[in-house]
Design a protein around this ligand. Sequence first.
Ligand code: MCA
Ligand code: AMP
Length: 507
Amino acid sequence: MNLYSVLEGGFPCEKNTIAIETHEGYLYTWKELESTVNRYANFLTDLGLPVGARIATQIDKSPEALFLYLATLKAGFVYLPLNTAYQAAEMRYFIGDARPSVVVCSPENLHIIHEIAQQNAVEHVFTLGMNRDGSFVQRSCSCSEDFETVHRQDDDLAALIYTSGTTGRSKGAMLSHANLISNAQVLHQFWKWQSGDVLLHTLPIFHVHGLFVACHGALLNGSKMIWLPKFDVQHLIRHLPQATVLMGIPTFYVRLLAEPSFTCDITSNMRLFISGSAPLLTETFNAFKEKTGHTILERYGMSETIMLVSNPYDGDRVAGSVGIPLPGTELRIMNEVGKPCKVNEVGNIEVKGPNVFKGYWNMPEKTKEDFTADGWFKTGDMGRWGGQTSAGAVPDNYLCIVGRSRDLIISGGYNIYPKEIESYLDELSGVAESAVFGVPHTDLGEAVMAVIVPKPGFNLRADEIIRSMNQKIARFKVPKRIELVDELPRNAMGKVQKNLLRQQYSG
Ligand code: MCA
Ligand code: AMP
């Protein structure tokens, strides 16, 4: 079944009610949402694309960007959203790997995207701006407002979501219609979406969190979304009194708490604050409860699996724990000898369920590596059942994430693999070698830090290295701090001891 049909089943009968309200006060009714989605779907279909064609987008957040996603689903194509921070080299990789038939970019990036698209034989390049502008909007203007949803099989791909890879190469996680349908329906019930809910949407829409978890919930519930183009604490405070649900990363809550004008009254209409994508500190959980009376509900998921585990809506929401596996998700924690861990024993988290992806695009070997012989997906996260946190005892059926077996940094909810950053640093003239790791950061949770060994005779400067990296890769990946050293600490095997570096520079 097509995911769009399921989402559409939640749209209200009264089509003149508001589906989306932007921070600038523009209102979009459900009727407008549907007619625009239909026009866009007709336009894509008229391009005569092959079955399974990827529609890649690198566009700013706007209601039209969401309609383009929905139109892609409805027309039966595969949606591939890309972070707006990616620069030319990164876009070249994604377009070269995914081979989309259509790329939609922001008008400012047309020049560079067009060149990359041509090099990769992409047939169609359009633009979509933030103000209902761009060639995609213009060209689809005259298309029909009727469109019959294209039938899809459960295993047909609906989306391709790139996640950073351990080797430095990003991997495209293939998510099917059935993956997304099952997760949307489970979350709708588990978080008790209800009539009258209003979602305050302030996440980016090029990731699972903002696009699927947040939008699918609101669409399936026929709920209005208040649509902010990006996180801005003042905008959030202004709109919270009209909302009932917020989905955020821990940084949102840290920033709200640091804002003197954020008071308990502002949250009095709210039903549910959700946090995910990165660990929520117990001190943030407690401070938020003390200030507002609301208990943040923390959950855990991945691009490859959508949502896996959540604190309960009605039962205890436990600080330092991500909760219990969602209905339909099986989760086991395995120790070094391949046996299930006992309560309070740390091991590797493995999962199974209708939400688990179909594999990595063009990477059958990597896909095979990441699944066990009996079909469990190895998440790369380490966890334990129950045990103790600084807040007290955790029930035995609750999961605590205690770390990652992968060398991964999560900064403000974005994943960054050190290897990728090291490969860019090592290419710079005068760099002998580098080590990249995460250090605690009060706002972002973790920040990227690099330690660099210069080649003899080179007089490197940290600020110049940062400036040059800013031209090459998405800026959220650029080290916030660089130290120049004579050598890297290594163990007897010659492996760089990042734990020592992390200890030395955390503080
Ligand atoms: C922006 N910058 C960052 C980050 N974001 N640096 C490190 N980490 C970041 N996350 C840098 C910019 O490059 C820029 O650097 C400077 O900070 C200011 O940029 P600006 O855009 O103004 O930043 P901001 O508005 O303060 O944004 C920070 C943010 C944002 C609100 C934390 O990054 C954000 O919305 N993150 C959410 C990510 C997310 O949705 N993750 C879900 C994916 P310069 O000054 O050098 O130019 S994970 C997922 O989907 C899984 C399934 C899950 O579990 O949810
Ligand atoms: P991504 O690859 O962007 O989909 O990010 C998924 C990763 O984010 C997971 O494998 C976890 O490492 C991390 N993550 C998501 N939610 C949480 C959470 N609530 N606590 C700790 N880590 C989380």
